[in-house]
Design a protein around this ligand. Structure first.
Ligand code: SAH
Length: 245
């Protein structure tokens, strides 16, 4: 095996006050191998080097669910989480591995990506995870999903306002949307504040941090749902992206 992921126990400990168990470490390694394999057919990710995969996919996914140096408390036990536009499974799969007591819904609009994720879920024996093919604009209006999740994760799916429109309708009241970003500016905060307000949410915090290996700047935006989202949202397919709030 040439593609061996680093383990980085000290960095996990220092940054998240957590370390993977041996079982979780094996699941991370297997996930990495499956994605490298799947990449040949599906073009899932550009990030294939072991260190980079560890940092940009594993560490980054788990950093989003941490505040003040540890996993956010509302995540355990039994919290229901949805990953919107999961793609090759990020951030949802690392979160499902790290927090086996939460339930994870891995959602994407692309059927062939979800078919691949189904195989990963089976091969990693992720009994807390289920998949869903769908567009956030439609799923957010559907009974079993609207207002049903404690946490919504969303990374690299669109502008922050579009992400807010995808995520907030799916949350229970008092639920938390976590939007993963690279760069972030004050002007974007103003736009997002107005979008969040229309959707029944508020910006609870904006966390800026650097990644532990390459020292890249990243942001996570935390939106709290404070009142019900009006029935008009999410708007029809394509509207949140093309005409953002
Ligand atoms: N979250 C992953 C993948 C990002 S690529 C990561 O960070 O690595 C964006 C993914 O979002 C694609 O797989 C695309 O199919 C999906 N997507 C884009 N718009 C969507 C929508 N409106 N509803 C559901 N999935 C969507």
């Amino acid at each position: 095996m040439t593609n061996l992921l680093p383990q980085m126990p000290e960095i996990w400990q220092q940054t998240l006050n957590w370390q993977p168990t041996q079982v979780q470490q094996v699941q991370f390694q297997r996930l990495y191998e499956l994605i490298l394999e799947g990449n040949r057919l599906l073009n899932l990710t550009r990030i294939t080097e072991p260190q980079e995969f560890w940092e940009k996919h594993l560490w980054d996914s788990l950093r989003g669910i941490a505040l003040q140096g540890k996993f956010i408390s509302s995540l355990e036990p039994g919290a229901s989480v949805i990953d919107i536009g999961t793609g090759a499974g990020f951030p949802g799969i690392p979160v499902a591995i790290a927090l086996p007591n939460c339930t994870m819904r891995l959602m994407d609009a692309t059927r062939k990506k979800i078919a691949f994720i189904d195989q990963i879920v089976t091969k990693l024996a992720l009994s807390n995870s289920q998949t869903l093919v769908g567009r956030a604009e439609e799923v957010g209006q559907q009974r079993p999903h609207r207002q049903s999740y404690d946490i919504a994760l969303i990374r690299a799916v669109g502008t922050a306002s579009a992400c807010a429109e995808y995520a907030l309708p799916l949350l229970k009241s008092n639920g938390l949307a976590i939007i993963y970003r690279g760069n972030w500016t004050q002007e974007e905060t103003t736009t997002l504040q107005s979008a969040a307000r229309q959707l029944g949410g508020v910006i609870e915090s904006i966390d800026e941090f650097t990644t532990p290996l390459s020292q890249s700047i990243r942001h996570c935006l935390y939106l709290r749902k404070v009142v019900n989202t009006p029935a008009d949202f999410p708007r029809a397919v394509g509207v949140p992206a093309h005409n953002p709030l």
